[in-house]
Write a protein that binds this ligand. Structure first.
Ligand SMILES: [Zn+2]
Length: 419
């Protein structure tokens, strides 16, 4: 057997181990019978013990910072060398799959195992973030906000379903929220951060590709609309004399779908509709509807929102229905670092894979880190486009491709030199 084939065999074996470990972690849960691991929960502690053990087997000493992130650093002999961060998260949504989050952490550990004693001109810090999904406190990214100095007193005062504030949950876990500014920030000299993550969408599966590099994480506009018509008797009011708020909203919802379907990279969703008074024999007087609009370019998203609001007003005006819109939230698109993204793309190419450019329709910790350090993301195919679901999957060959890409990047990355 020649050296190349034995090397590729060992990468395949490591990929299989990454998958086995994700599945083992999926058995550590706050809710028996499913995979649910919430921020600072008992299952999180057990998951961290196990991942900490795997870090130790890879020659790393793990520790927990004061927002509950599990961290370990592969040190380069030069103490003052810069640091590359490889990261993802260990918390999950309720009834989650095995790979959203843990995959990126276990790929990072596998890459370090594969490197063995190969010298690199930088330290590598692995960060397993403790809070990405926003389930327990109704607010995402708390732990990456802490790592980038963006966690505020308001964040720490947020309460969970039992009225427990973030700060108290941190203390109950044996950590000290007052030490967040000391123990949580990224190491000084961190020059880049990379997250490997499943796509959580269908595009790679549809194009039969293993990998993609993320160009940008989409911006999101969330609006609440009220269609205000006139409630009246469903039997005695002729069609020509009605102000039916539901008919106006219904026309608009179909127009939202049609418009987004014909606008490149735009997605728009009316996810919730509520009718007042909502009786079968009453013409709907008031309809409340939500609108979620996402696009990788902020200008395009703003243009789409403006157009869709005009459509709502037009659909209302046809029926004497007034439309009132309020903005619930605006989240800017976050481009990934161009130079690092290109390096990741080239690393995939050298490893024998074509990692297509893609944009992420979902939020990730990478958005938060990008504010502090050049950040890039590698996506792995989600078979069937399925995620946030117990049947979430990855293919072993794709995990091997991601591992080969990360290793190639690590071996070619030089913090002081452009490739
Ligand atoms: Zn995730």
């Amino acid at each position: 057997m020649n050296q190349a084939s034995s090397a590729s065999e060992s990468l395949a074996t490591r990929a299989a181990t990454v998958i086995d470990r994700c599945r083992e972690l999926a058995g550590i849960t706050d809710m028996p019978g499913e995979t649910t691991r919430l921020f600072l929960s008992p299952a999180t502690r057990d998951a961290q013990t196990l991942v900490g053990w795997w870090m130790r087997q890879a020659g790393l000493i793990a520790h927990t910072d004061d927002v509950g992130n599990l961290r370990a650093t592969r040190r380069c002999p030069h103490d003052d060398a810069p640091t590359l961060v490889l990261f993802s998260h260990l918390d999950t949504v309720p009834n989650a799959g095995a790979f959203d989050g843990p995959l990126g952490v276990l790929l990072a550990i596998a890459a370090i195992e594969q490197l063995g004693s190969t010298p690199l001109p930088f330290h590598i810090e692995v960060i397993a973030f403790s809070e990405e999904e926003g389930v327990r406190f109704g607010f995402p990214f708390l732990s990456s906000l802490a790592a980038t100095g963006q966690l505020t007193a308001e964040h720490l005062a947020r309460t969970d379903g039992n009225g427990i504030p973030v700060a108290e949950a941190i203390r109950s876990f044996g950590l000290d929220p007052d030490r967040i500014p000391i123990t949580c920030p990224l190491a000084p000299g961190t020059f880049a951060a990379i997250e490997a993550h499943i796509e959580q969408g269908p595009l790679l599966d549809k194009s039969d590709s293993a990998l993609a590099v993320v160009e940008s994480i989409v911006g999101i506009s969330r609006m609440d609309l009220t269609f205000q018509g006139q409630a009246n008797h469903a039997g005695t009011t002729p069609m020509s004399l009605r102000s039916d708020a539901m008919a106006a909203a219904a026309q608009w919802i179909v127009e939202v779908e049609h418009y987004a379907a014909n606008y490149t990279q735009l997605v728009a969703t009316v996810g919730r509709v509520h009718t007042l008074s909502g009786a079968s024999n009453v013409i709907p007087g008031t309809v409340q509807a939500t609108l979620d609009v996402r696009h990788p370019k902020d200008e395009s998203r703003h243009a789409a929102v403006a157009h869709l609001l005009t459509k709502a007003e037009t659909a209302g005006a046809l029926r004497g229905v007034r439309v009132h819109a309020t903005v619930q939230s605006e989240q800017r698109a976050v481009p990934m670092d161009r130079d690092l993204t290109l390096k990741l793309h080239r690393a995939a190419e050298r490893a024998g894979y074509d990692a297509q450019p893609i944009f992420s329709g979902a939020g990730h910790d990478a958005m938060i880190l990008a504010a502090a350090v050049p950040t890039a993301m590698l996506f792995l195919r989600s078979p069937g486009g399925l995620s946030h679901h117990p049947q979430e999957e990855v293919l072993c060959q794709d995990v091997e491709a991601a591992l080969a890409t990360l290793l190639n990047l690590l071996l070619h990355l030089h913090p002081h030199r452009k490739l």
